[in-house]
Design a protein around this ligand. Sequence first.
Ligand SMILES: Cc1cc2nc3c(=O)[nH]c(=O)nc-3n(C[C@H](O)[C@H](O)[C@H](O)COP(=O)(O)OP(=O)(O)OC[C@H]3O[C@@H](n4cnc5c(N)ncnc54)[C@H](O)[C@@H]3O)c2cc1C
Length: 408
Amino acid sequence: MDFRDTPEEATYRAEVRAWLQASAEPRTSDEQRFGEGLDDAARIAAARAWQRRKAAAGYAAITWPREWGGSGGTAMQQVIYGQEEERFLVPRMVFENSIGQCLPTVAMWAAPAVRERHVPRGIVGDEIWCQLFSEPAAGSDTGGIRTRAERQGDEWLINGQKVWTSGAHFCDYGILLARSDWDKPKQKGLTMFIVDMKAPGVEIRPIHQMSGDTEFNEVFLTDVRIPDANRLGEVDGGWKVMLSTLMHERLAIGGHLPTHLHRNLIQVARTARWNGRPALDDERVKERIANAFLSQHGVELIIARGLTALSQGREPGPEMSILKLVAGRGILDIAGFALEMAGPEGLVAHQDLGKEWAFLQQLWLSAPGIRLAGGTDEILRNVVAERVLGLPGEIRTDRELPFRELER
Ligand SMILES: Cc1cc2nc3c(=O)[nH]c(=O)nc-3n(C[C@H](O)[C@H](O)[C@H](O)COP(=O)(O)OP(=O)(O)OC[C@H]3O[C@@H](n4cnc5c(N)ncnc54)[C@H](O)[C@@H]3O)c2cc1C
């Protein structure tokens, strides 16, 4: 593992840092987030404006090829930009799905006119995209999709339901996977489309999370018409298109996994009182903090391993699956322990306890989602078992049967 920048990486980092310093306000603490106090509309407007500035400076789509309007940069440059941007108070996450997965899929698979219509608008922030894959009976197993796509001349008629669609409530377009042939095996009868999220028949119902946020939605599709020109890839070739979408997710190594939580724990342990004394004086508390530090450090080392591979032009391996497994569990444990230290107040009175506690409470409430999105813990363990440890694969009996005949 090599923790240092190469000379080229160091030059790029200095350029990025200088641009960010001239363009944005630095964060003053780990807990500070952009947009505190802003409503959704103002937050999205600010994200669009920031995306436009990034595009003008060449930081909106760093790894995309120049023919798509990207900067033709390396994966490592993307990582460096992310690390530097993290230090500034700027909108994040709103364009992650658009730039990270949806638009590269459109760029790869759409007809040239459709690509030219959407990709440039997406880069500059005029259009925001979401990913409509998961359904009530198709999450870990995307092959279970039941949303129906029926061909009618030059159009497709779409009926069905999607769920957990991040950002659907503020997105302009989405990429949608639907079943176009029920007589083919589960992975062979799917087709991918571009759907206009404002089209008649698209109904978006936000899901309210226990954290108080509303990040994802149910999306109901009733007789939605999609022109055949908005198909991505071959009819019944949607599985291949979807795999290319997921391939783009690989660059998100360590993105947004906090590695400073032991510091937050130390701060709250200084203010929490146990038996009339600061909790930090208690040996059991010190041991938990030391464990938290070790697990965070392990996460940092796994990230460093992935980054070393990227820096040397190699693909990060499937062992990266360990990262989300360890980090997801670790975040829940650390934030949970902080709340335990605060006693009952930890859950109900974060406003009175201060920003530090509010941050950890919010983290605890959102941590279960980290353990589901992008592959649940069990699915990641399967990946580690099969692809890292070489254990026998899961028994799959339904791969060759017509989808129509599968048990529901
Ligand atoms: C924050 C968040 C954002 C999301 N954003 C999007 C989005 O934008 N677009 C989108 O399409 N989806 C999105 N999702 C959905 C996400 O992809 C699914 O939640 C995930 O794939 C799991 O599917 P599921 O929830 O249907 O659970 P299921 O697949 O039904 O799993 C239920 C349980 O069974 C276990 N299980 C399933 N299969 C196996 C197996 N083979 N072996 C062992 N255990 C198994 C799972 O681990 C889990 O514990 C999001 C989810 C979250 C939490």
